[in-house]
Each structure stands twice: as C-alpha cells, then as structure tokens.
Design a protein around this ligand. Structure first.
Ligand code: INI
Length: 164
C-alpha cells in the first residue's frame, strides 16, 4: 500500500504562480498579501527576483481562467492560485461571473493536470469579503497552504511513476 500526502515543509524548488483579479482589489490585494506571507513563512522565495514565484494581474474574476490556463500550459509551475472577489449586487451579473470563473478554473485544473487553488471569495457584501481577507481571518493564507499541499502532493505522485 502506498500513502501519498502533501507536505507544508518542502517548498524548495516549488514553483508557484498567483493570478489575481484587480476588481475589488481592496479585497484581492489583501488576499494576495496573506498568500505571499504564508508562502514566505514556509520557505518559498517571494522576493522580487524570485525564480519560484510569479504574480499575474487580470481585470476581473471572469478573466482568471484564461490566464491560469496560459500559465498552467507553460509547464513552469507545480501549482497555481487564482484569487478573486465577487460581491453580489442587484443584478444577475454576480451569478454569471461566479459561474464562469469557477467552472473555468476547475476546467483548467482538470485539462492541464496542474492544480489550481480556487481562491474566489463570493459574498453578499463588501464587509463579508473584508472579514475573510484580513479583518477577521485571511483566506489568502489558507489558499497558500492548500497550494503548498497540492504542489508537493503532485510532485510526489509524479516522482512515484505510477504507470509502472
Ligand atoms: N469581477 C470581479 O472579480 N468581481 C465582481 O464582483 C465583479 N462584478 O461584480 O461585476 C466583476 N466583474 C468584472 C468581470 O470579472 C470582468 O472583468 C468584466 O466583465 C470584463 O470581462
């Protein structure tokens, strides 16, 4: 029997890309800070010249899938993190953006085999979003932990050469 498990202490040589939406950047900027803080505290080089980390900004959450797909297809990254914040308004726009972003991100992960962490906050109010982006806790931190776990798990699976 084999047991495969991701680790949080093995960020050496792990390559991560974060794709962040500018829409609601009051929220997404805080998610990004939490994310980078967690990655740095787990040993990933997050400096401006880091070979381990890249950050791409997109206009809104609707654009997260196309850019995550381009980055995943590059073959450079072990794991990606998609960050966005969609806040419910008075129109059905919320549902369209959430639906397209979530379906698109899931599809990129499945089609490319590169895990994409789903860091899309969907809330009724800005207050609820801010509470999850630093006022109470910062989910960016959790997304980074999940990225470390999935990146390391996928590396372990690949090196186990399961087709043998
Ligand atoms: N994008 C978001 O990331 N969050 C939102 O709450 C949002 N709302 O409410 O409209 C939003 N819209 C922009 C959308 O993601 C695209 O960037 C835009 O439609 C251009 O394609």
């Amino acid at each position: 029997m084999a047991t495969f498990e991701g680790r949080f202490t093995d960020a050496t040589d792990l390559r991560v890309a974060v794709v962040v939406s500018r829409f609601n950047d009051l929220v997404t900027g805080k998610l990004l800070s939490g994310c980078l803080d967690c990655l740095a505290r787990h040993g990933l080089d997050t400096s401006a010249t880091s070979p381990q980390l890249d950050v791409a900004w997109v206009p809104g959450s609707f654009e997260l899938p196309i850019v995550t797909k381009a980055l995943a297809n590059s073959g450079r990254y072990h794991v990606l993190i998609a960050l966005g914040a969609v806040i419910r308004g008075d129109t059905p726009h919320f549902d369209v953006v959430v639906s397209e972003a979530s379906k698109g991100i899931a599809l990129v992960s499945r089609e490319t085999g590169i895990p994409v962490i789903f860091g899309l906050l969907t809330t009724d109010t800005m207050q609820q979003a801010l509470e999850r982006a630093g006022i109470k806790s910062n989910l960016g931190w959790s997304y980074a932990l999940q990225a470390l776990e999935m990146g390391s798990l996928m590396r372990e699976l690949h090196s186990a050469n399961l087709s043998k």
